[in-house]
Design a protein around this ligand. Structure first.
Ligand SMILES: [Zn+2]
Length: 310
């Protein structure tokens, strides 16, 4: 009888323990809180959504909450604070047009004919590049996502020439690619430069972002710091008020700067600034002296090979 009693006791005990185990198991794996899961598989692998081996690649855990589905953002925040150095080719253009004047040699030197520009867009698209703007780049630098599986590039246009509207913009629309144009307020509505209504139109397309390039295209080296301040900060405010946009990027006229000029740009509230030196790496350490690439007439493997070797 005693043996029978013990057996019943043991069965009850085993049954109870099994229930506890099932309860614990269900609690861990059915709850929406995936902290444990996140810890187990690590943040980096969690976000590398292009990795087909990643079991969780196509499941978006973080954009769903009790309020419903939140539209996905282009970039996701890395949960581990990092300072990545990204390889993002930033292309620099001035004129893109069919030069009307054969004597205008200077213009020819910085001009790229529209069909070449179009081939460059096609080359980069075919190579898997997505085009971003400085605002996107600011997001990347703030959020520090893992972009090891992605390719991003940027098209930048200095000065705001009229051919940006007549030759560049139609190609941006045709191929649905984004770009930034660095505006000089003093040049607007003057011969050879865009009219204000043209700037408004390109901005309203959603493809073109405006950046600042000083009020008067001033050579900033060797002038009083007050003059630098007067050219840099007000340029941002002027463009923002005139066109109702947020301006977060700046391009140094003639590509010249020193530490004091960089500080003025930073203090004026810009988030990124671009020079003209050759380079491809972008990080929080050089976001006020970002290097660019003059693509020249390179296209096809000539262009992609050049980028890959930088
Ligand atoms: Zn310029």
């Amino acid at each position: 009888m005693a043996i029978f009693k013990n057996t019943v006791k043991n069965i009850l005990l085993i049954g109870f323990l099994s229930l506890v185990l099932v309860f614990v198991f269900l609690t861990i794996f059915s709850k929406a809180d995936l902290r444990l899961l996140r810890k187990t598989i690590g943040t980096d692998s969690f976000y590398s959504s292009n990795d087909p081996k990643n079991l969780f690649a196509n499941i978006n855990f973080f954009d769903t909450d009790s309020k419903g589905i939140v539209p996905p953002k282009l970039f996701k925040e890395s949960l581990k604070p990092k300072n990545h150095t990204y390889r993002i080719p930033v292309f620099m253009y001035h004129y893109v047009e069919y030069n009307q004047s054969e004597e205008d040699f200077l213009r020819d030197q910085i001009n790229i004919e529209p069909h070449i520009f179009e081939q460059q867009i096609l080359t980069l698209k075919k190579a898997g590049y997505t085009f971003i703007t400085p605002n996107d780049l600011s997001d990347i630098l703030k959020l520090q996502p893992d972009l090891s599986e992605s390719k991003y590039a940027m098209l930048t246009f200095d000065d705001g020439y009229s051919d940006f509207y007549t030759d560049v913009f139609p190609l941006l629309v045709k191929h649905d690619v984004k770009a930034v144009v660095f505006i000089v307020p003093y040049y607007l509505d003057k011969q050879n430069y865009m009219f204000s209504w043209q700037v408004k139109e390109v901005v309203s397309s959603g493809l073109v972002e405006l950046g600042a390039h000083t009020l008067r295209h001033k050579y900033l080296l060797g002038i009083p710091i007050e003059t630098v301040q007067a050219e840099v900060g007000p340029c941002k405010n002027w463009i923002e008020e005139k066109f109702g946009v947020e301006v977060t990027s700046f391009a140094y006229p003639y590509g010249v700067y020193d530490d004091a000029i960089v500080k003025v740009v930073q203090e004026a509230g810009y988030e990124t600034a671009f020079g003209t030196d050759l380079g491809i790496e972008v990080s929080n350490d050089n976001k006020y002296t970002i290097k660019r690439i003059r693509p020249g007439y390179a296209q096809g493997t000539g262009l992609t090979g050049f980028i890959d070797n930088l």
